[in-house]
Design a protein around this ligand. Structure first.
Ligand code: FRU
Length: 919
């Protein structure tokens, strides 16, 4: 608010000054003194002359203003107007009294009230006034008498026309005349009252002359010229014999006395000055406090034919001068107006200039301030930018360092894969050789550590994927307890060997949760590995699952009775590459728990741990229920789960799962090895050629041609080949009728779930990641090949059917069972597909299967699937999820449920029982 006022101050100030400037120009300057003039009459030339003189004189006194009120020859009105002036607060009064007696008291009252009063022309009856200005009327009367005596040679008769009898000039002029004529033979024979007005004089004279006995006269003496001129007019009108006419005033101008003398209308007149200029001069002195004369008697003079020429010349000149003065005054007035308006403009201009300068100075100062602030801001900005750049470069360097580190680890990991494969191969071979039996435990230890290395390598690569944002969530809803049980089953043997009390505690076995099975698998595997690593013999490892309906969460805990962790270890347990002190719980690479934390948080869960030294350690996992916290593209409602269990690294050192074999070579089957790495190809070839006829190819085109020419019984295929994509080749082989049924095993370094899923979708039979166990590869080849030959027979023997089927039924039987067998891994395979292939309607098919096989179509397919599952559970080391997929179940959970319904036992229990039974 303050700022904006300061900002706008110059403009506001400018506006203010402009208003003041204009006001001062437009309003005329206030006069300092007001003069009120009470004039008895204003309608005759003498009075007009007086007023003109006053205004003329006023132009020399800019401080004075004058207002005239006309009493119109009315005493009462004059009194009233004088009082009005008093009310108006005039500073000085000028009064020309109509008649002396009625006006005297009001003049005295004004004078006594402190208002200076100047009496002009006519007098009052007292001397209570400030000043008097006027001619000597008594003197005029005397002079007129003497003049008349001369004119009439001392003898004659006079008709006297009176002014207003109550007014002093009339009385004094008469008195002077009478005194002057005293002792002579000149008599005043008649008197009429003209009351100073021409018309009144004319009317009264005419009335007088028309009287029959009106005495005659030689001379007319009028108290003023206008009445005397009127008398002359009447005399002429009535054709009176020649008379002498004498008046008073001798005004210049066309109707004045001077002109009347010139024209012969008057014979003589006496100059009676108006004194307007003198009145203003005295008023100015009084108001200014200067000294002045109280009685100011003005000069009079006689005018007649003897001096009329010179008088006329002088009065004409005076008139000319006066009109010239008037013109000059007008000019001065207009110049004054121009000056005033220019002065106003000048003031406005001056003010504007001043404001402009002030504003300019203000703007300049603001600009300077702004520049200063800008410079300061720029400096600070620069500093901030520099700091930002430093921080950015630090974080970039840190990022780069982390990236380089991870890249380094990733590269190292990749580099480790082939040597690991090449170490693992001979180890596998040696383990199974009878002559290496004394070293078997050592060899098992070497194998176990090879797997450990592999696990580390995989974890490092997972970190890389998380950091680069390539680890995508694939969330589906799972029944949690069976899922956990399956992971736990991997550790059953170790638990048994070490007499560890190991179990899942769960009140509700049907708890469902949305999560990424592959990530959850890694997390749980890590936590369980960790627990088993540190739990001593006869200890306890419990996995607990419970719902927290209030928080809408599922809580999974993994609790062990290991040595526990101290405070520092607990705080840093989830840090990447954190190494605890040796002998404590956090040792090793420091990757497993850090990776677990990342994987849990990717699923919007939390992981925590509580530990009591020497007592126990509990890992707590919390996952949100529902699926709203996942993005839609992360949700997979029908996810084919392929749990890639890293269980090999947890293999016991005394392992007897791989029988030591010494089988004779079986060269009736041909295997095509497609591999561009010569070392690995040779390695595979050396191992497999003892059992199979081997074909080799190092690129996709030669591989396809060989497959087409030779139709091998099985193909092993790498995915990243020199001249192309292995997946494309597989698709091509599956699309070609001659090669479509050849079983294919992918052996690839691409170990992500996505890669595997892509491979499996093309219809391959197995996916083995590098580094691989050669025994495992050989086992898989052997199993797949023997399955091809034995399964059909096996099912046909096992499944119920009519004892002696007809030939056509045999044909149907063969076609139907082959079809089911071929499509066993397709979860969508059903009645529609069979109808299409065999060419029967749904009804025909239903009846036929019921008659020939004794089952409905779907029941039969399920039976075959479960049968094959049983077979695979014993003969295939793949995970439960893997097997469930191979026999056409879309989820492991559903497979487990159907399996348990059919056989009263879960797939993992079945496998466990069967494996133990074997031993
Ligand atoms: C004008 C006048 C003059 C005369 C004077 C006397 O009004 O009548 O003619 O001299 O007044 O007061």
């Amino acid at each position: 608010m303050k700022k904006s006022l300061a900002k706008h101050f110059p403009m506001l100030f400018l506006q203010f000054l402009l208003i003041v400037g204009f006001c001062s120009c437009e309003n005329p300057q206030e006069k300092k003194f007001k003069i009120g003039f009470s004039q008895c009459v204003t309608n005759d030339a003498w009075r007009k002359t007086m007023q003109e003189e006053m205004f003329r004189e006023l132009s020399f006194y800019p401080d004075l203003s004058l207002e005239i009120k006309d009493a119109q020859g009315n005493n009462a009105l004059q009194i009233e107007q004088i009082l009005e002036f008093q009310r108006q607060g005039v500073d000085l009064l000028i009064v020309s009294p109509n008649e002396s007696s009625p006006i005297t008291p009001i003049v005295e009252e004004m004078y006594q009230s402190g208002i200076p009063v100047i009496v002009v022309d006519r007098k009052i009856n007292s001397n209570l006034y400030s000043a008097y200005i006027g001619g000597d009327n008594y003197e005029i009367g005397i002079t007129a008498g003497q003049y008349i005596k001369n004119l009439l040679n001392g003898k004659g008769s006079i008709l006297e026309i009176w002014g207003l009898r109550g007014s002093s000039p009339a009385k004094e002029r008469h008195r002077g005349l009478m005194e002057s004529l005293e002792g002579s033979e000149i008599k005043i024979v008649s008197q009429i009252d003209g009351e100073w007005e021409k018309d009144t004089a004319r009317i009264r004279l005419k009335e007088y002359l028309l009287q029959a006995n009106a005495p005659g006269f030689d001379l007319v003496f009028g108290h003023n010229d206008v009445m005397t001129i009127g008398a002359n007019e009447i005399a002429r009108e009535l054709n009176l014999p020649s008379k002498i006419f004498v008046g008073v005033d001798a005004l210049p101008g066309p109707y004045g006395g001077i002109q009347a003398i010139t024209d012969g209308v008057l014979d003589a007149t006496f100059f009676y000055p108006t004194g307007g200029d003198k009145a203003i001069e005295v008023a100015a002195k009084i108001l200014a406090g200067d000294s002045f004369e109280k009685e100011n008697i003005l000069q009079t003079a006689a005018v007649d034919a003897s001096n009329i020429r010179i008088m006329k010349q002088q009065t004409d000149r005076i008139i000319n001068q006066q009109s010239s003065i008037f013109r000059q005054m007008e000019m001065i007035e207009s110049q004054l107006k121009i000056y005033k308006s220019q002065r106003g403009l000048l003031i406005v201009f001056g003010i504007t200039l001043f404001i402009a300068i002030v504003s300019l100075a203000y703007v300049f100062k603001s600009l300077k301030d702004k520049q200063k602030i800008n410079r300061e801001l720029q400096r600070k900005n620069k500093e901030v930018n520099e700091q930002k750049e430093k921080v950015l470069s630090f974080s970039k360097k840190a990022e780069e360092a982390t990236r380089y580190k991870l890249e380094f680890f990733t590269n190292i990991s990749h580099d480790f894969r082939t040597p690991l494969t090449l170490i693992q191969g001979p180890i596998e071979e040696l383990i199974h050789r009878k002559d290496a039996a004394p070293f078997r435990n050592d060899l098992l230890m070497v194998r176990k550590n090879t797997f450990r290395l592999l696990r580390l390598v995989n974890q490092l690569m997972d970190f890389r994927k998380i950091d680069s944002g390539k680890l995508q969530l694939k969330v589906s809803e799972q029944v949690l307890p069976p899922f956990l049980e399956e992971i736990m089953s991997v550790f059953n043997k170790s638990a048994k060997d070490n007499q560890i009390h190991f179990r899942l505690v769960c009140e509700n076995p049907k708890i469902k949760l949305w999560f990424d099975p592959s990530m959850m698998d890694k997390v749980m595997f890590n936590l369980l590995s960790n627990a088993f690593k540190f739990t001593p013999k006869k200890g306890t490892i419990l996995v607990n699952v419970e719902e927290d309906p209030l928080k809408h969460e599922v809580l999974i805990t993994v609790e062990d009775t290991g040595p526990g962790m101290n405070k520092e270890e607990t705080e840093h347990a989830f840090d990447r590459f954190y190494q605890g002190k040796s002998g404590t719980r956090i040792t090793g690479s420091g990757l497993g728990l850090a990776l677990s934390k990342e994987l849990v948080e990717l699923q919007h869960g939390t992981i925590d741990l509580k530990s009591e030294m020497g007592e126990k350690t509990v890992f707590l996992l919390r996952f949100k229920m529902g699926k709203s916290h996942f993005e839609p593209e992360e949700l997979f409602s029908d996810l084919i789960q392929d749990q890639i269990l890293d269980f090999e690294s947890f293999l016991p050192e005394q392992d007897d799962s791989f029988p030591i074999e010494n089988e004779p070579p079986d060269l009736k089957n041909t295997v095509l090895i497609i591999e561009d790495d010569l070392e690995i190809r040779n390695y595979l070839k050396n191992k497999l050629q003892t059992s199979y006829r081997i074909l080799e190819a190092e690129d996709t085109s030669s591989a396809f041609l060989i497959a087409l020419d030779e139709i091998p019984d099985l193909i092993t295929c790498d995915l990243m080949l020199k001249n192309g994509n292995g997946l494309e080749l597989i698709k091509k082989l599956k699309a070609t009728p001659q090669t479509s049924s050849i079983p294919i095993i992918v052996i690839s370094a691409k170990s992500s779930e996505e890669d595997m899923l892509k491979g499996i979708k093309t219809g391959i039979d197995d996916y083995i990641t590098k580094p691989f166990s050669i025994s495992f590869v050989m086992e898989r080849i052997k199993t797949i090949l023997s399955n091809r030959n034995q399964l059909k027979e096996h099912f046909l023997h096992e499944l119920p059917r009519e004892t002696n089927p007809l030939n056509s039924d045999k044909k149907f039987n063969k076609a139907f069972t082959s079809l089911v067998e071929e499509n066993l891994s397709n979860p969508h395979f059903g009645v529609n597909e069979i109808c299409k292939e065999i060419g029967l309607s749904r009804g025909q098919l239903y009846r036929k299967t019921k008659t020939v096989l004794g089952y409905s179509v779907n029941d039969y397919i399920t039976k075959v699937r479960l049968k094959k599952a049983k077979y695979l559970l014993i003969n295939d080391s793949g995970s439960i999820a893997d097997i469930s997929f191979k026999v056409g179940f879309s989820t492991a959970a559903y497979f487990s449920t159907v399996f348990k319904n059919a056989f009263g036992i879960t797939p993992s229990e079945y496998r466990e029982n069967q494996t133990q039974g074997k031993k």
